[in-house]
Design a protein around this ligand. Structure first.
Ligand SMILES: Nc1ncnc2c1ncn2[C@@H]1O[C@H](COP(=O)(O)OP(=O)(O)OP(=O)(O)O)[C@@H](O)[C@H]1O
Length: 227
């Protein structure tokens, strides 16, 4: 079973009077087949948790375990290849390439990750559900925040990752789109047996979640789901 775990993870930035403890002894798990939400106010440590989970930064203490194996102490090509092939990020910055049209953003994925991406017909379903079919010839600078967000989601899903890690993926969306994107994440988790982790302060996603954590001042508690 595909599983992401944090065991006793702490993260400290800075030292002395600049010291910030972003995460404090966090235990967490996200399993295939489930949509997991991490809710919490601004500054509570949500982005820090998500980036540590995906290996984009290291914990100060504790372990990141993916499918039963330590991941936080892996570096270099093996860790990069694992991320590329198994983890899909939707980051707050959207990270779309400014000089590529939307359709070229997906072709770029083909260049970087040559195999295992979604077949065209299956990807078209995501494009339709995200309502971005009419944006293919546009550049990121011509997109609204919500459109950019939906393209970034599509790009992450196109690579067909086992783990989808999304940071505030609905922040720029209206209520109808929030429901649609929430349902898409839920379907991807449940029907395609992926572990989908969404960090958010958008309470509108709650009803879709199988598992909910609350993060407050770097401390986590499980609100819905079982240990
Ligand atoms: N690279 C960094 N250097 C120093 N402090 C940092 C760094 N990254 C995060 N922090 C601090 O850690 C704490 C948690 O930040 P984080 O971005 O994880 O919170 P968040 O819950 O995602 O917030 P938001 O919802 O506003 O994005 C904050 O006090 C933040 O200022």
């Amino acid at each position: 079973m595909q599983k992401l775990e944090l065991k006793a993870v702490s993260k400290v930035f800075g030292a002395g009077t600049n010291r910030v403890q972003a995460l404090n002894d966090v235990n967490f798990e996200a399993k295939a087949g489930e949509l997991t939400l991490i809710l919490g106010p601004s500054g509570s440590g949500k982005s820090t948790l998500l980036t540590i989970l995906g290996g984009l930064q290291q914990p100060s203490e504790g372990q990141v375990i993916i499918n039963g194996q330590r991941f936080d102490n892996q570096h270099g090509k093996a860790a990069d290849a694992f991320r590329l092939n198994h983890i899909g990020f939707v980051l707050q910055s959207y990270s779309l390439v400014p000089y590529l049209m939307v359709e070229e953003q997906f072709r770029l994925v083909d260049k970087v990750k040559k195999t295992g991406n979604l077949p065209a017909q299956r990807f078209q379903e995501d494009i339709d559900r995200l309502g971005i079919g009419n944006l293919m010839k546009k550049y990121p600078g011509e997109l609204s925040g919500g459109q950019s967000q939906r393209v970034a989601i599509a790009r992450a899903l196109y690579a067909n990752p086992d783990f989808v890690l999304a940071d505030e993926p609905t922040a720029a969306l209206d209520s109808k789109r929030v429901q649609e994107v929430g349902q898409l994440f839920k379907d991807i988790a449940e029907k395609e047996n992926k572990a989908v982790v969404v960090v958010t302060h958008d309470l509108r996603l709650r009803e879709k979640a199988d598992r909910i954590y609350q993060l407050v001042d770097g401390k986590i508690s499980l609100e819905k789901g079982t240990d």
